[in-house]
Design a protein around this ligand. Structure first.
Ligand code: 1HE
Length: 270
């Protein structure tokens, strides 16, 4: 693993790097409902830029308090009275953070609860897997606030729910929760219990994969979405050439050939 400088001190996030390579990164401004101020975005960039080189094998993104994230820090935005150029540059920092998440090659599992709104949904949609609990709800209140999304929702939330639903959410402030949110694709898991517990299980499972496989899954799929079908097929072949011949995979293939590896079968019905 290439050397990477250690992660600088964090104020708005807490980071717990567990021994199995699973990291738990927690948004930690619960008094402000984890609203994303400029400093928090810089901390997200710091962690997600360095995590792949520091050997993180999976990251659970969690949040302290009753809500996952209330989006853009509206009070900071109000007080800063930003110019168009200043806000554009701020959005580019959000994109830097969220692109590091989506394209960084380390699986990120978001453990959601309470409000996942505005920029909070933009943050959650940059994770690879979203797990919700019964308290979780999703909305894009930008329209009501006289704002527009600036942290990638036009791309990532549209990818999740489709253009018509995205526009409806922005125009009408529609809130999705529960089974309906699951059905439209805002998350992949809906828990009756703790979303964090489920996210940890999923992270541990993903962390047991070979890092190079996870790197491909958590960067190549996204990159390929940005390519023409012809180029994506080419890139897929190149990535598979590297990943599918990795020496570390030999042991797993041997185990399959010797019939000691687990088979792919559903759990027996209860
Ligand atoms: C905040 C923020 C915030 C709370 N920026 N400070 N996002 C929104 O439009 C959502 C705005 N927030 C809410 O609707 C509610 O706060 C919640 C439903 C999330 C939670 O309600 P509640 O009753 O638990 O908390 P609260 O009383 O509204 O707020 C508690 C404190 O958090 C209070 O601060 P305090 O110092 O007066 O105690 C609030 O000001 C603070 N707070 N949300 C700043 N968002 C790149 S563009 C992205 C564009 C967007 O994200 S727009 C969507 C903005």
């Amino acid at each position: 693993m290439a050397e990477s400088p250690p992660i600088s001190a964090l104020e708005n996030l807490t980071l717990d790097c567990q021994e199995d390579g699973v990291w738990v990164l927690t948004l930690n401004r619960p008094a402000k409902r984890n609203a994303l101020d400029a400093a928090t975005i810089e901390e997200l960039i710091e962690v997600f830029s360095k995590a792949p080189r520091l050997g993180a094998r999976a990251i659970v993104l969690a949040a302290a308090g009753d809500h996952f994230c209330a989006g853009l820090d509206l009070v900071e935005h109000h007080d800063a009275d930003r110019s168009p150029a200043e806000f554009m540059h701020l959005c580019m920092r959000w994109h830097e953070a969220f692109n590091k998440m989506e394209y960084g090659g380390v699986p990120i599992i978001a453990a959601l609860h309470g409000a996942v709104v505005g920029g909070g949904l933009e943050l959650a949609s940059a994770a690879h897997v979203r797990v919700a609990d019964q308290s979780t709800y999703f909305a894009l209140p930008e329209g009501q606030r006289g704002l527009f999304t600036g942290g990638g929702a036009t791309i990532r939330v549209t990818d999740l729910v489709g253009k018509a639903r995205m526009i409806d959410m922005m125009l009408t402030g529609r809130i999705y929760q529960g089974q309906e949110a699951l059905d439209v694709g805002l998350m992949q898991y809906l828990e009756t219990g703790s979303s964090l517990e489920k996210a940890m299980q999923l992270a541990r499972r993903a962390a047991a994969n070979l890092p190079l496989s996870n790197f491909a899954i958590c960067s190549a799929v996204s990159h390929m979405q940005n390519m023409s079908a012809l180029d994506a097929a080419y890139a897929e072949a190149v990535v598979a050439g590297v990943v599918n011949t990795q020496p570390d995979a030999r042991e797993r293939l041997d185990a399959f050939a010797k019939k000691t590896a687990a088979r792919v079968r559903p759990e027996p019905a209860q």
